[in-house]
Design a protein around this ligand. Structure first.
Ligand code: FAD
Ligand code: A2P
Length: 274
């Protein structure tokens, strides 16, 4: 299914008239999280790590849209999304019920800062995610460019409970069988999942385990070096603020599409403090 890169439009072929895409499968990871695939618009080109607006019609038939990171890599035949189920959330209280064959709205205008173009070349790439902030990294981890640009990729994912880590763990476990990156990623991805509110093998906030040096000791790797390390940060507003401050203390500077530097940040959702 996946490795087919969408063929260019043929002469005389028209652009799709609507923004509707068909759901092809849905996986519920726990009571609060699910992922799903939808058909990909022929015309959609995106960079791994970008987000689009997706949604469903509201009661009046008007589009109810929210930002969603595309969890699939740029080369994928279908698009993948990873979603929270917010209790009484306008969109997700509906979206959580989608099943194969249903249609969702997808506005094909991808944007975002969690892209390789916004980072200077380096040796190690740190992907720092809390909660559904893992979604854009599911894309980045399955992109060949990630392994062309970096020797090592270190994935830190912190969640309150172990069940919230399941989707990320499955993406990483499947990398050796993922088309295009299967051989490239061999031995080059280090995974550091932690819980913060439920006992597990590794516990602690990402910012704490970096600041204390625990993650470096546990993984047996050198501490941050701005000359070599690059980072992408995606989580809650509070996490992003604290992670940015920590990375800046370690000597890294925030980059953007227009000005690539040592790290980039994007919100996983708009919530408290925004
Ligand atoms: P909303 O009214 O949008 O949100 C209600 C409240 O729920 C928020 O105020 C916040 O406190 C909380 N909340 C919303 N989203 C989350 C979340 N993801 N994790 C924890 N708490 C949350 N959501 C995803 O599930 N997957 C994604 O890949 C994703 N990518 C995003 C990318 C960007 C750039 C932004 C800005 C947001 C992204 N979101 C993502 C959040 C998404 O846009 C919606 O907020 C979410 O789907 C909930 O929609 P809702 O209408 O049900 O509730
Ligand atoms: P904690 O349980 O200690 O708050 P949330 O579900 O609230 O978005 O949190 C997801 C994960 O992000 C949790 O493990 C949470 O840890 C962690 N987290 C929340 N805020 C911060 C922050 N400011 N700095 C580091 N980690 C954070």
């Amino acid at each position: 299914l996946w490795p087919r890169i969408n063929p260019p439009l043929q002469f005389g072929e028209t652009m799709p008239a609507s923004d509707l895409q068909t759901v092809t499968d849905v996986t519920h990871w726990d009571d609060n999280l699910f992922s799903f695939h939808v058909t990909r618009p022929e015309s959609l080109r995106f960079r791994s790590g970008e987000f689009v607006m997706i949604g469903l019609p509201d009661d009046n038939g008007k589009p109810l849209l929210r930002a969603y990171s595309i969890a699939a890599p740029f080369w994928a035949d279908e698009l993948e999304f990873y979603s929270i189920k917010v209790e009484n959330g306008p969109l997700t209280s509906r979206l959580r019920h989608i099943k194969p064959g249903d249609e969702i709205i997808l506005r094909p205008k991808p944007v975002g800062t969690l892209v390789h173009d916004a980072l200077l070349p380096g040796k190690r790439l740190w992907l720092l995610a809390t909660g559904t902030g893992f979604a854009p990294f599911a894309s980045i981890l399955r992109d060949v460019e990630t392994y062309e640009r970096f020797e090592q990729v270190i994935v830190m994912h912190a969640c309150r409970t172990a069940s919230e880590l399941a989707y990320g763990a499955s993406v990483i476990a499947a990398l050796p069988e993922t088309p295009l990156v299967d051989e490239l990623c061999n031995g080059r991805v280090l995974y550091y999942p932690t819980t913060t509110r439920e006992p597990s093998a590794q516990m602690g906030r990402i910012t704490d385990t970096i600041a204390s040096g625990q993650v470096f000791r546990d993984l047996g790797v050198d501490a941050f070096d701005p000359a070599r390390d690059r980072a992408m940060v995606c989580g809650s507003y509070a996490f992003n603020v604290d992670a940015k401050a920590l990375l800046e203390r370690l000597g890294l500077r925030e980059g953007a599409n227009s000005e690539p530097r040592e790290f980039v940040v994007e919100k996983a959702f708009v919530g408290d403090g925004v």
